[in-house]
Design a protein around this ligand. Structure first.
Ligand code: GDP
Length: 281
């Protein structure tokens, strides 16, 4: 049975001859977050749709479409346009860096990569392996090096080579969160200064299977850095990505791409209509 119908079935009880649907539970279980769930519930209540399952679903659909909008957002154009990938460890930053590089390269663009996760040697190694596969230049340094210096060097080289895009992979783990945010802030400032581009394109990469945690991460990174958009990975799983709507509703941050696998082609442009179809399938 489908995700949504399964949820509705799970939270519908028969009281006498009447069906009682627990919309609060359904909305929360859909990873829409507490605030958006409450807003949707209030709408159903106000419009007396709580006991009219089909109409209620339609109302939720329309509201979600309105929230997600048509999201006309494009990447920065510069020489190069800089895309800074941030997010917690394991969310899919490095893989997404490679997927984006592949996408741009396929479009005939000149791409540079910067390995600014100097905290973990394995992360730099991983990006280097992708870069080799893609036959793209990657600027890196050894473990423990100053990540902002790597970013600066990468920008200079990409700029001299008249690259179209510089994709910057960053660390997701530090001794503590404050240090991580400080380091990311420094990388961002360095790149802004070097490129004269304010703001940079800051892309949060999150694991789509981590449910309501996505909203918490989005809020923290947004407060520290100011996010441009989000990439939600691992939606090749059973996760339906309700948090995409929660993040757009609460923070105004749109989702630009979704990841559907580990290979280079597994990156899809986010479409609100496609999302809604899948969500309610
Ligand atoms: P990072 O620590 O944020 O750089 O995360 P990685 O890029 O190293 O990804 C962590 C793991 O998630 C790796 O095993 C990736 O292959 C995997 N991964 C990344 N994106 C996706 C996706 O869209 N779907 C699936 N199934 N796995 C993914």
């Amino acid at each position: 049975m489908s995700f949504w119908k399964n949820l509705v079935g799970k939270f519908t009880t028969l009281i006498g001859q009447k069906e009682q649907v627990d919309w609060e539970a359904i909305l929360i279980e859909s990873d829409l977050g507490i605030n958006l769930s409450q807003k949707l519930y209030s709408l159903l209540e106000k419009e007396k749709l709580l006991n009219r399952t089909d109409l209620a679903e339609k109302r939720i659909r329309n509201e979600l479409i309105a929230i997600l909008g048509n999201g006309n957002l494009s990447f920065p154009i510069g020489q190069p346009g800089v895309i800074l990938l941030v997010g917690v460890n394991g969310g899919g930053k490095t893989t997404t860096a490679a997927k984006l590089a592949y996408k741009f390269k396929s479009e005939g663009k000149k791409v540079y990569l910067a390995a600014c996760d100097t905290f973990r040697a394995a992360a730099t190694e991983q990006l280097k392996i992708w870069a080799e596969k893609l036959e793209l230049p990657v600027i890196s340094a050894k473990e423990g090096a100053d990540a902002a210096s790597v970013a600066f060097r990468a920008y200079s080289q990409a700029s001299q080579s008249q690259a179209d895009y510089l994709i910057v992979d960053t660390a997701g783990r530090q001794a503590n969160k404050k240090n991580l945010m400080l380091e990311l802030g420094k990388i961002k400032k360095t790149l802004e200064k070097a490129s004269g581009q304010v703001p940079l394109f800051v892309l949060l990469v999150v694991d789509g299977t981590s449910g309501s945690n996505v909203l918490v991460q989005a809020r923290e990174f947004h407060e520290a850095l100011g996010l441009s958009a989000m990439v939600v990975t691992k939606l090749d799983s059973s996760a339906k990505g309700g948090m995409i709507a929660a993040v757009k509703y609460e923070l105004g941050i749109p989702t630009l791409f979704i990841g559907r696998g580990e290979n280079l082609e597994a990156l899809e442009a986010f479409s609100p209509e496609g999302f809604i179809e899948e969500f309610f399938s």
